[in-house]
Every structure is written in C-alpha cells, then in structure tokens.
Design a protein around this ligand. Structure first.
Ligand SMILES: Nc1ncnc2c1ncn2[C@@H]1O[C@H](COP(=O)(O)OP(=O)(O)OP(=O)(O)O)[C@@H](O)[C@H]1O
Ligand SMILES: [Mg+2]
Length: 366
C-alpha cells in the first residue's frame, strides 16, 4: 500500500440550506502523513472529510489526490476509504468475512479474499480472532476490524472520523499507539478527525486547528502547543493561564504586556505594536514557585493531587492562576498560604486579542 498526497485549494463548502460550514481553505497533506484536523463540535471537520471522500462537493475550489482533481468523481471512484465513529460492522458475519467484504465486489475469488483478510488481520494483531463475530470482540478489537476492513480495498488515503470516541479512556490511549503503528507500517495517508487535543498531539505528524469553518493554524504538535497562532488555538490546545492586557513596550522579539496583575515580559512572535490589545498565555507547567523572571504574589486556594503531579490553584488580585508541578519537595498545602509565582519570558506568549475556546478561562480583566 502507498499513500497519496491530498491538496485542498481554496475549498469552501456551503450546504443546500445556505449555511457555509467551511470557509475558503487551503491544505497540503503529504503522501504517507498522519494528519489530524482538530477543533470543537460543529467547526466543519466532518464536512471536510465528506468533501475529500466525495459525499459532498466543494462549493468553490478544488480537491486533488495524488495530483488528480477529484471533481465529479463518485466516492467509490476515489482512492479513499472512510471509517466513521459508528463502525457499521456486520454483526452476524465472522471477523474474516467482515474484512473480506469489500473484496468480493472487486471480483476477487474466495480463497484470495480469505488470504488477504488473514494478512490484514495479522497487521492489526487479530489473526487469532478471525472466526469470531463482532459482538464477541472488545471495543478496541472491533475498531481494529474496521481498520482492517477499510484497508482491504487498498486506499491511498484513509479518512478517520473520530474513530475512538466510543471507546473508554484506557482503550482509547492504547488504540492511539496502535493506529500510529498501523499507519507507519502501511504508509497510507491518514486524515484523522478529532476534537480531543490529546489524541491529535500524540499521534499526528501535523495538526490543523479549526474553529468556526476556518483553519487557524497548521503545524507539528510541538509548534501548535508551544507557539499557537491565535488566541483560539492557544486556549483550545492544552491548559493556559490567560491574562488580558495591552502592549506597553517592545524589546526585539519580546514585549512588555501590562495586565491587572502587573507588567510582564513575554514572547511577541507576531510583533504586536505598542498599545495593541492582547492576551498573555502561560502554561500551568511553565509557572514556578518563586522566581526568577516575571513574578506574581498569590495565596493558595486549593491543590489537586494527581499522584506524581500536583495542580496548585492560587488567587491573585481576585483572579485564579494554576501551577502544575511535580509532587516533590515542600509545597504550599494550606489554603491562604502565600507564595510567589514566577514564569520565564521565554515560556510566556503574547497573542492578539481574539475569541477564546469555550474551555479556555479568561482569568483577568485588563
Ligand atoms: N447537511 C447539512 N446541512 C446544513 N448544515 C449542516 C449539514 N451538515 C452539517 N451542517 C452544519 O455544518 C457545521 C459543521 O458540521 P460538521 O459536521 O462538519 O462539524 P464537526 O466539526 O464534524 O462537528 P462534530 O465534532 O460535532 O462532529 C455545523 O454547524 C453543522 O450544523
Ligand atoms: Mg464531525
């Protein structure tokens, strides 16, 4: 099997009722890449997959797979296969027959079909489950049958729409590693849709962060996590302490930002100008007890113990700040205990004011 590249050129998608679910979008997904589209419910992720697989047509722009324009091609004429959240396995058929199902339509003989099914079941480590039916399998095993079945028709591009969302937490994290391994082994291009940032960060070569029909950023997990491009991306991916403020002074690639809790130095990668309304983002793991760097005085409100880690919640001038740190050494434990919280300018990010994700907390007014 071999992956193909997928290109979206100014693709927008308006549904017949007039609602535009995807604004003009450019994306270049490499052959053999594990590419995730991450965003909240309703932002247009499934709509993009439908367009790539041929179930809806772009209203503007073009979709190319392996350099070939897919306009006018029916879903079964495209080199794609789709895995939905509900897997639609045939409950009365054996696992082997489920995997071989698509091959019969291609005129492959029974022996060859079964041989191919055995190969694919070995790929997803289910060779000893071939005679069972789907209801006799665990959720993760059923998921792997669905993957084997999708791969049976040798797609160049596998489209996965939140395929793990029905599984419990433990199985989900196990399946992340499995999916990644299967993708590496086959070299098939994966386009993986999720609203779970942990999934996107652990599995992907690159991630597109989407909000309200727009792609706000495309980058590696490290790029998206450490240098989000927008306030939305910064608040949707990972946790952050967020302070509202105004740029007070520029210093090369850094700036001073004035907030209700003081004036702090931070990275200013977009070179916002003096006086600009902005947000300051500091990850809880970048906050330290004590200095050096920027400092804020706070009082402990509560601590959440995670075992090896602890989250300490502080009040500072009426706002809540979170410090995430390893559970070692003497730490404040009594509510009301005073502490100095510090963060390095290199670990703090200034971004233009803009909509925040619903999960992001706005912690301090200007
Ligand atoms: N057939 C349709 N006609 C009109 N609007 C639609 C149609 N299908 C989806 N939409 C709307 O388009 C927007 C994007 O939907 P889409 O299914 O792509 O979201 P999503 O990002 O996959 O969300 P989720 O994470 O909930 O699956 C939503 O506002 C949805 O209500
Ligand atoms: Mg969806």
């Amino acid at each position: 099997m071999r992956g193909k590249d997928v290109t979206l050129e100014r693709v927008s998608i308006t549904y017949p009722n007039g609602f535009t679910a995807v604004q003009p979008t450019d994306l270049q997904i490499g052959a053999g890449e594990f590419f995730s589209i991450l965003g909240p419910s309703g932002c247009g992720k499934t709509t993009i997959l439908r367009a790539v697989s041929g179930f809806v047509s772009p209203s503007t722009g073009r979709i190319l797979i392996g350099g070939e324009d897919q306009a006018g091609r029916a879903p079964n004429a495209r080199p794609t296969a789709l895995i939905f959240q509900n897997l639609a396995l045939f409950p009365l058929m054996s696992v082997r027959d489920n995997v071989a199902f698509g091959l019969e339509a291609r005129g492959m003989g029974k022996r060859e079909r079964h041989g191919r099914a055995e190969e694919l079941l070995a790929l997803v480590a289910l060779q000893d489950q071939a005679d069972k039916t789907p209801p006799e399998l665990s959720g993760g095993q059923r998921q792997r049958v669905a993957i084997a079945r999708a791969l049976a028709v040798e797609p160049a591009v596998l489209l996965l729409d939140e395929p793990l969302s029905a599984l419990d937490l433990k199985l989900r994290s196990h399946m992340r590693a499995e999916l990644r391994a299967i993708q590496k082994k086959t070299g098939v291009t994966f386009i993986y849709i999720t609203h779970d940032q942990g999934e996107a960060l652990t599995m992907s070569d690159r991630i597109a962060v989407m909000n309200a029909g727009r792609v706000e950023q495309v980058g590696t997990a490290d790029e998206v996590y450490s240098t989000p491009a927008t306030a939305f991306a910064a608040s949707f991916v990972g946790e952050s302490n967020i302070l509202k403020g105004r740029i007070a002074q520029l210093q090369e690639s850094e700036a001073q930002i004035q907030t209700a809790l003081g004036t702090f130095r931070a990275r200013n990668p977009q070179r916002l100008a003096e006086g600009a309304a902005a947000y300051l983002f500091v990850r809880p793991e970048a906050m330290r007890l004590g200095g050096p760097g920027n400092t804020i005085s706070g009082q402990l409100v509560r601590r959440d113990l995670e075992g090896p880690f602890v989250n300490l919640f502080f009040a500072a001038a009426g706002h809540e700040l979170v410090v995430h740190q390893t559970n070692t050494g003497p730490l404040p434990s009594q509510p009301g205990e005073a502490a100095v919280l510090g963060f390095a300018p290199a670990d703090a990010l200034i971004l233009p004011e803009g909509p925040l994700a619903a999960t992001g907390q706005e912690l301090a007014a200007e």
